[in-house]
Structures are given as structure tokens and as C-alpha cells.
Write a protein that binds this ligand. Structure first.
Ligand SMILES: Nc1nc2c(ncn2[C@@H]2O[C@H](COP(=O)(O)OP(=O)(O)OP(=O)(O)O)[C@@H](O)[C@H]2O)c(=O)[nH]1
Ligand SMILES: [Mg+2]
Length: 424
């Protein structure tokens, strides 16, 4: 059962019904069956139980009637609120509570844990989960011992067992951080190798399920996972993208964002999100057919600011236009006029040439026309200019070749370095 609270501060950005509907989709993605939802309007959350006492009674009755065993709150609960709620909504008066109470963060962490594929992804998710768990390990909190299966012989007396649990979590956190640092170092190496490559990089960003992976497939032919589920993609993929004017670029697809993304995850996924941070251009995909498109766009911008790229050059893509009715199309066209961007459908291919043209134009603008003089002995440099830039003119002279080419700043710098002082 889903529970939402509408406080004065958040109603405007994300209407409660939409937020709960999204929470329902998250539950389905995680494998839970939603039997109902309820919400309450209050000025501020209750310190003890988050929602008011009357609402707690109402929920207790539904829990009994519908045999609910999981309550999912749309907002972050404090460890104490979570514990108090578990004890108050439970219809039984003895033993461990049979109703679990979790919040959106924990649900998202669960989904990430189910879906993480790469070693790095798995480490990042576990770190985020433990970070979330640590403040929740208290004397009254029995999840950890329950997870260990009944716990005969595992539960020490009160505090002692708690201390053991906490220490084990901390040790594991330290170990995970070390391993992540190693993995991140390798990834960094790959990235640096890529930086050596002169190609500019373009990163797909956007709300989860906006169609980033579908657009990646449409643009590059990459065989990436596309799924009508939230958080289908967790691990980054990089593919080559050939552009008419700007030459070759690299396109990367990575994890999507969502409203109220747990900060532990943003923290843990920082190294994955490096692809986004170091990109020359962001391709921000919005599901143009969603009534929530404006909220989604803003949420993505907020997360981008949180990871340190508030003003990166961006091309907005209003995707899924094939799903729009004529009326909706006019609305979206108005938004495109106001915010800029391109209308497209990654499914039907409509508008995709415009997306390519927008990327090309942006990257070509950052390319420059340079003249190189390359001595005959350095044929490999000339070959590279041909391969990675666009040669506009070429003259063979007595001892070398003079070429005028359109190249990225990166490539210009690298060729200059190779030629020493030979650049005219
Ligand atoms: N009708 C329509 N559906 C689309 C379009 N683009 C993507 N979809 C569908 O939207 C769903 C999500 O697409 P994905 O490409 O997996 O979305 P994503 O942004 O990569 O999502 P995550 O990886 O989960 O963050 C899939 O069912 C796609 O088939 C489109 O242009 N039109
Ligand atoms: Mg995806």
C-alpha cells in the first residue's frame, strides 16, 4: 500500500497523485503488487509517525482488511518514524511486526540492487544501501538479524549484538569504498584514454523511461537494453556516432534520474556519472508525451546541478512525439518554442535527423579550421588528420604536405603536440 503526504512546500512541483502513480510503477518494477494508496494533507510531517494519528488508524484497518504486508511511503522517513510506524500499524500485539514500512529511497535502492549488472554498479548500490541502513541499526530494529534467518545463536544480548552489526557494516563500507576506488581508477584510465582520442563526447541524460536508450539505438545502431520499466539502464554504454560536419563523436547512455532520487545513490553513482560530467554536450531526453514532462525536465536539471554540471551545453530532445494527439503537439511545440530543443520519436525515427543535425551543429561550432604543415616522414600524422578531422585543402610541397582541416580543439592540441613547432 502506498502512502503520500502533501505538505505545503512540495505540492506545486509534483502533484501528489502523479507522485503516487510513479511510486506505484516503482513498486511494480521492484516486484510488489499495489493494493491501494492513500494520502494526507498536513502543514508539516508528524515527528513520531510522519502522518497524523487518524491516518495511522485508517491505515491499520486497511492493513488488516487487505492483508497488506508492505507500506511504501513516498517521502523520506526517519529511522524512528519507520520503527514507530511498523509498531503502530501492525495488527498483532506481540512478536516482530509483520508489516514492513519502507520509503521511496529504500524502494529505489532495492530496484537498483536487483538490476545492477557490472561489478562497479553492484558495489555502488551496496554502498548506498549500507549508508542508508547504518542509522537504522538500533536496538529495536531487527531487520539485519531477521535477514540472517531466524537468528538462533546470532543475536547477542541487546547492545552488544547491535555494536557487532554496526561494526560489520562499517567494515564492509570501508572495504566497498576501497574496491570502488580501484574500479574507478580503471574507469578513469579508460576515460583518459578516451580523452587522448580527439572525439568530442555527448552524454544522454534524462528522466527514467524517457527513451534515452531507444534514442541511442536509433542514432548509433547500438544493441542496448530498452524496456518499459523504470531504471532499465544502470551501467554506462559508449558508442561511436558519425556526424556529417563534426566528424566522429562518442555517445554515452547511462542511468536515468527520478524525482526524490536518494542522495546516497547520487553519491554512490558519482563515478558512473563522470561520463555526464566530462561530456562536451548533453542530450537531454524528455518524454514529450508525459503530462509530467515539465516536472521531469526540472528534476533532471536539479540532479545535474547536484552532480556539478548546472550549465553544461545541452540539446533538449522532446521524445515520443508519435504518441501525441494534435492538441498535445501544439502544446509541446509551444514549449519547444519557449525552451528550445527538437521534437522527435526514437521509436518511429521522426525528427531524429534533426537531433543529429543539432548535435552536429553544436559540435561543429566548437571545431576550428587549422592549417598544418606535416613533413613527409610523418605520414601517420597526416593519416590521422584525414581520419579524425575533415580535410578542406591539401598541397604537397617539396619536403612535406600543407593541409587545411576542420578539427576539434582536442585534435588540434594533439596534432600540435605531435608536430612540435611545425604548426603554421
Ligand atoms: N511511443 C514511443 N515509445 C518510446 C519512444 N522512445 C522510447 N519509447 C519506449 O519507452 C520505453 C522506455 O524506453 P528506454 O529507451 O528504455 O528509456 P530510458 O530513458 O533508457 O529508460 P531507463 O534506462 O529506464 O532510464 C520503452 O518501452 C520504449 O520502447 C518513442 O519515441 N515513442
Ligand atoms: Mg535506458
Amino acid at each position: 500500500m502506498l502512502v503520500g503526504l502533501e505538505t505545503r512546500s512540495d505540492g506545486a512541483l509534483h502533484p501528489i497523485d502523479e507522485s503516487l502513480a510513479e511510486l506505484g510503477r516503482l513498486c511494480e518494477t521492484a516486484g510488489a503488487v499495489v493494493v491501494g494508496s492513500t494520502s494526507q494533507r498536513r502543514n508539516t510531517p508528524d515527528v513520531r509517525t510522519f502522518i497524523g494519528a487518524g491516518k495511522v488508524d485508517e491505515i491499520r484497518a486497511i492493513v488488516q482488511e487487505k492483508c497488506v504486508d508492505l507500506l511504501v511511503f513516498d517521502d523520506p522517513l526517519s529511522p524512528a518514524q519507520q520503527r514507530n510506524l511498523e509498531r503502530t500499524v501492525d495488527p498483532r500485539t506481540f512478536g516482530d511486526p509483520t508489516v514492513r514500512v519502507i520509503d521511496r529511497s529504500q524502494l529505489i535502492l532495492d530496484i537498483f540492487a536487483q538490476r545492477a549488472q557490472s561489478i562497479e554498479g553492484k558495489l555502488q548500490v551496496e554502498l548506498a544501501q549500507l549508508d542508508y541502513l547504518l542509522p537504522r541499526l538500533t536496538r529495536h530494529w531487527t531487520h539485519l538479524s531477521r535477514q540472517r534467518g531466524g537468528g538462533v545463536g546470532t543475536k547477542g544480548p541487546g547492545e552488544t549484538q547491535l555494536e557487532v552489526d554496526r561494526r560489520r557494516v562499517r567494515e564492509r563500507v570501508a572495504m566497498l569504498r576501497r574496491r570502488l576506488r580501484d574500479v574507478a581508477r580503471t574507469r578513469d584510465l579508460h576515460r583518459r584514454e578516451r580523452a587522448e582520442v580527439p572525439f568530442p563526447t555527448v552524454a544522454l541524460v534524462g528522466y527514467t523511461n524517457a527513451g534515452k536508450s531507444t534514442l541511442m539505438k536509433c542514432l548509433t545502431g547500438a544493441d542496448v537494453l530498452i524496456d518499459d520499466r523504470l531504471f532499465a539502464t544502470l551501467d554506462p554504454t559508449v558508442r561511436r556516432l558519425d556526424l556529417e560536419k563534426a566528424g566522429t563523436a562518442l555517445l554515452s547512455d547511462t542511468v536515468g534520474f527520478i524525482h526524490k532520487l536518494p542522495h546516497q545513490l547520487v553519491e554512490a553513482f558519482k563515478s558512473t556519472l563522470e561520463e555526464v560530467r566530462t561530456a562536451d554536450l548533453l542530450l537531454h531526453v524528455v518524454d514529450g508525451s508525459s503530462p509530467e514532462r515539465e516536472v521531469h525536465r526540472r528534476v533532471v536539471e536539479e540532479v545535474l546541478a547536484e552532480i556539478g554540471v548546472p550549465d553544461a551545453p545541452t540539446v533538449l530532445v522532446w521524445n515520443k512525439v508519435d504518441r501525441l494527439t494534435n492538441d498535445d503537439r501544439q502544446h509541446v511545440a509551444y514549449e519547444v518554442k519557449r525552451n528550445g530543443g527538437v521534437l522527435a520519436s526514437a521509436r518511429t525515427g521522426e525528427g531524429v535527423p534533426n537531433v543529429l543535425a543539432a548535435i552536429d551543429a553544436h559540435l561543429a561550432r566548437s571545431a576550428q579550421q587549422v592549417e598544418f604543415w606535416i613533413p613527409f616522414g610523418r605520414g601517420e600524422i597526416l593519416a590521422r588528420v584525414h581520419r579524425e578531422g575533415r580535410v578542406l585543402e591539401r598541397h604537397d610541397e617539396e619536403t612535406g604536405t600543407r593541409v587545411t582541416a576542420l578539427v576539434t580543439h582536442k585534435l588540434a592540441g594533439q596534432i600540435e603536440k605531435l608536430l612540435g613547432e611545425a604548426v603554421c
